[in-house]
Design a protein around this ligand. Structure first.
Ligand SMILES: C[S@@+](CC[C@H](N)C(=O)[O-])C[C@H]1O[C@@H](n2cnc3c(N)ncnc32)[C@H](O)[C@@H]1O
Length: 252
């Protein structure tokens, strides 16, 4: 229990860095831990779960969602217009295939997040247990993506907001803060990690925070895990707990 399998460690350490895109180790490891926790606690299951990414680029993070859940057969869906230079749906698909990912499970959809009905076919009664928001970085788009994700995520699921905070993506910061001020906001943040903010329903937040601590204790060969536990044992509290909107977040 709480051990990260060697094949996932190898993927994060050796394959993931070779894929074009930006993803730092704390973000990768925190995502892996949270998905393994969802699997261990039976939140995610073959019968009724689905993962979604808004904004795929070349599939770096999507590949991590697939690898971290590789024991399961759940769909992993990414939506993106695929119109940037050097980016096409087919090229992303074939490079993911070449990396050995299970393309029976990975579904790429050409579209914008305001055409989210395009994922309905894959939803098919499944619950969205993990949503990663990394599409448009404009204020209103991010606000709409977060609002949609809040309404769509399952009661036990996770909404991860990328580029929070980042000096050159201040509209993401503003949209996120504005969303937490809304009275209809039903997610709370529980972890900040390498530029990703993880949120869930309040009832789940403590479980996920405990998972980050338990996994970190058992995987101290991973720098980010060791840092969290070392800070907890030897450093001041602010180094591993940050208060934000009244919540105590794990700073991973
Ligand atoms: C920062 S990149 C995503 C990086 C990706 N998550 C990764 O792991 O490398 C942003 C992506 O969002 C896409 N995008 C921009 N606006 C979008 C929208 N409204 N809906 C969905 N995707 C969008 C862009 O085409 C681009 O591929």
């Amino acid at each position: 229990m709480y051990k990260i399998p060697d094949d996932i460690k190898d993927y994060v350490r050796t394959t993931l860095p070779s894929i074009d895109g930006m993803l730092n180790p704390p973000s990768s490891w925190s995502t892996v831990i949270l998905i393994l926790d969802q699997i261990e606690r039976g939140i995610v299951s073959n019968d009724h779960s689905i993962f979604l990414e808004i904004g795929v680029f070349k599939g770096k993070y999507l590949s991590l969602l697939e690898r971290a859940s590789s024991k399961l057969s759940i769909p992993v869906v990414g939506i993106d217009p695929f119109i940037l230079e050097g980016q096409s749906l087919d090229s992303v698909k074939s490079s993911m295939f070449e990396l050995g990912l299970d393309m029976e499970r990975v579904h790429l959809i050409k579209g914008l997040s305001d055409e989210i009905e395009k994922i309905d076919y894959f939803l098919n009664g499944r619950k969205l247990d993990f949503i990663h928001i990394d599409g448009s970085h404009r204020l209103n788009d991010v606000l709409e993506d977060i609002a949609w994700a809040d309404g769509a995520v399952s009661n036990e699921g996770i909404v991860a907001i990328d580029d929070f905070p980042k000096m050159r993506q201040l509209e993401v910061l503003e949209a996120t803060v504005r969303y937490f001020l809304r009275v209809d906001c039903e997610i709370v943040p529980f972890c900040i990690s390498g530029g990703k903010l993880y949120c869930s329903r309040r009832e789940q937040a403590l479980f996920y925070k405990n998972a980050l601590l338990r996994f970190s204790e058992k995987n101290r060969d991973i720098g980010s895990c060791d840092q969290l536990i070392t800070n907890r044992e030897t450093a001041e509290r602010w180094t591993y707990i940050q208060r934000f909107f009244g919540e105590e977040l794990i700073a991973f």
